[in-house]
Design a protein around this ligand. Structure first.
Ligand code: HEC
Length: 149
């Protein structure tokens, strides 16, 4: 009986260890590479949007706007305290010194993509609204929070 209880106790410890490891599964490498991949995907999609809108293919461009918006929201969780350096990150320390400002820019960039999807239907100057609601947010954030490249 005692032997059995010992085994059960051991099993419980092993299970809870497995569980706590899997709960914090993302390593610093995964976080930094993950955020780079999302920014790259956003860039590819932003370029696709520009091309589609040149030929007024609004319907096809809209899901890409939503995708960029969703990525920005996910990105809010990709700048934890332990992912400041390494793995060729271009993230500047100013992010962690001004976390609220950084997060607000990210949320604004996300909201603006939803706005863009709305106003694009009726906008007269497609290039101007793209500049205002999409491209300007990239440079506004990069100028302060991304290393020159
Ligand atoms: C709120 C801030 C913010 C916004 C908005 C933003 N970026 Fe970035 N971007 C960053 C940061 C920070 C990095 C550096 C990430 C890293 O290397 O860890 C980055 C990196 C990148 C990279 C390099 C990814 C790689 O593979 O290293 C590209 C490309 C990029 N951004 C494009 C864009 C484009 C295009 C937009 C607008 C459509 C945009 N970003 C909007 C903050 C932002």
């Amino acid at each position: 009986m005692k032997q059995k209880i010992k085994i059960i106790k051991k099993l419980i410890i092993i299970f809870s260890l497995c569980f706590s490891f899997s709960a914090n599964a993302q390593t610093v490498e995964e976080i930094i590479k993950g955020r780079k991949a999302m920014f790259s995907e956003n860039y590819q999609n932003a370029k696709k949007i520009s091309i589609l809108l040149k030929s007024k293919r609004i319907k096809e461009a809209k899901p890409l706007m939503k995708k960029i918006s969703d990525n920005y929201i996910k990105l809010l969780d990709y700048f934890p305290e332990n992912a400041k350096e390494g793995f060729k990150t271009g993230a500047l320390p100013s992010i962690w010194e001004n976390k609220d400002e950084f997060n607000n820019l990210m949320k604004k960039a996300s909201d603006d993509m939803i706005k863009l999807a709305k106003v694009i239907e009726t906008a007269e100057d497609l290039r101007a609204v793209q500049k205002e609601l999409m491209w300007s947010n990239c440079s506004a954030c990069h100028s302060k929070f991304r290393a020159p490249h």
